[in-house]
Design a protein around this ligand. Structure first.
Ligand code: SUG
Length: 449
């Protein structure tokens, strides 16, 4: 066994978590528009997952939330005056834009960046490209802060490279690790990086979904692979089946999940699926790994059931005995056929032999399951030692963050509350304290008055 790990950095849910129906194509988001949210409970559900995985012996870190509402974005759109006046004008003239600027969507850190471990890159550093999240306004404003936070966590430039996001344009629409999986034998050895796109921007031969947007382009995947210095024999590109995007699979991590040498996926995940699996098998074998594909047939779990349950928005975590735990949301237990499938799979003698269930309902109602909430970074022991230690989960940090949530978060936010200028003051006060706890330096541009 090598001395390397996959570290999961979960997004700490921010104080403005709410349901604004901002993500056309994400059926949970649009379906729960205008429901009241509970930011305090959302943050605590997320922290409980982090702590439980930490207690099981997995390496777990935290990614900090962003300042919201994003007054700077509102000013760029012509709302002027004091911060309170900016919010009041936006609330009156363009409440939907205020809602977008107030979203806590950076909590879904699978969309924060694409990460290539040092075993795959030409210069032997761990590379990060923050995702431009160009398809939705509320998400497109995340990447500058995400980059500063990543730089504050992975500051050692001899080991880590944090690139700027790709050009913010639909041709290079990039959703980060939600559409990227890395297969390997050992986390610090050479691997195969699997990029999944929804459409090609410059090549009309590729099909497109008819109803919902394809958020990720082939050209964005290729640009990230170039920036990270990946070798052709260590990369596989696949197109997501456009019909599944139209059925609500807005990211690949809603229809497949991988870890080490295992891909757990639905029968209808990719176009030309047999060829894609064969290429993964061949390339992983060349990198010293034995590829195992667990394919769930439509006859056992439909795409619709996968979208409702988030079966594939799960985490696969390697245990010391080589077997894997699958971390699923409570919703999987509520759909009989999905739960039956999980029971069957985990007792069949395959690589996944344990199921753990978490209540993440606050996030799930916006279409964010266990896998959305985490950014995976495979690191050697020496690289882990170079990470800002204050962001790593511990019993003490768990206690500190829970108390911090108790001090600063509301337990109810309705659509009308987003017009309250006090929300910005509360968010800034909380983040000012948090950046001290996590020792993030000056990642937030605001000044407390
Ligand atoms: O981008 N939802 C997020 C969910 C992201 C899930 N991430 C992954 N699958 N990795 C999105 O659609 C909804 C916000 C609202 O409607 O208020 C939202 O942004």
């Amino acid at each position: 066994m090598s001395n390397a790990f996959e570290v999961n950095f979960d997004g700490l849910v921010g104080p403005t978590h709410n349901y604004s129906g901002l993500s056309y194509g994400n059926v949970a988001s649009t379906g729960n528009q205008n429901a009241a949210s509970n930011p305090k409970l959302a943050a605590k559900q997320g922290l409980a997952k982090m702590k439980a995985l930490h207690d099981l012996g997995f390496k777990q870190g935290v990614l900090a939330p962003h300042e919201r509402p994003d007054v700077a974005s509102l000013r760029l759109l012509g709302f002027g005056g004091t911060d309170a006046q900016v919010i009041a004008r936006a609330a009156k003239e363009a409440p939907a834009i205020l809602a977008a600027a107030t979203s806590a969507s950076c909590m879904w850190t699978a969309n924060a960046a694409t990460v290539s471990p040092s075993g795959d890159t030409a210069d032997g550093r761990v590379h990060f490209t923050p995702a431009n999240l160009n398809n939705k306004f509320h998400r497109s404003i995340e990447h500058p802060t995400t980059r500063r936070i990543l730089q504050a966590m992975f500051a050692d430039e001899s080991r880590f490279a944090v690139h700027p996001a790709l050009p913010a344009q639909m041709h290079f629409g990039d959703e980060g690790a939600a559409n990227h999986t890395r297969f390997c034998h050992e986390y610090d050895g050479a691997g195969v990086e699997f990029f999944v796109f929804g459409a090609a921007a410059f090549d009309s031969r590729y099909p497109k979904p008819a109803r919902f947007p394809a958020r990720q382009t082939l050209e964005a995947c290729q640009a990230v692979a170039r920036l990270h210095g990946l070798k052709e024999e260590g990369v596989v590109y696949a197109q997501q089946d456009p019909d599944t995007i139209d059925a609500g699979v807005f990211h690949n991590d809603v229809i497949s999940v991988g870890n080490r040498n295992v891909l757990f996926h639905h029968e209808k995940s990719f176009l030309h699926q047999a060829e894609v699996l064969a290429e993964l098998d061949r390339k992983l074998a060349a990198a010293g790994g034995n590829f195992i594909a667990i394919e769930v047939p439509e006859a056992e779990v439909t795409v619709e059931e996968a979208v409702k349950s988030y079966l594939f928005n799960s985490q696969l975590l390697s245990k010391p005995d080589g077997k894997m735990i699958i971390v699923v949301p409570e919703e999987c237990r509520n759909i009989e056929r999905v739960w039956a499938y999980l029971q069957k799979m985990s007792s069949a003698g395959g690589p996944i032999d344990e199921v753990r269930v978490f209540d993440l309902k606050q996030s799930m109602q916006n279409g964010g399951g266990p896998a959305c909430l985490r950014l995976r970074v495979a690191l050697s022991a020496a690289e882990i030692a170079a990470v800002n230690p204050n962001v790593m989960m511990s019993d003490a940090l768990f206690g500190t963050l829970n108390a911090w949530v108790d001090r600063h978060y509301r337990d109810r936010l309705s659509p009308d509350d987003l017009a309250d200028p006090q929300l910005l003051v509360e968010c800034r006060t909380a983040l000012d304290e948090l950046s001290g706890i996590l020792k993030l330096g000056s990642v937030y541009p605001f000044q407390l008055v």
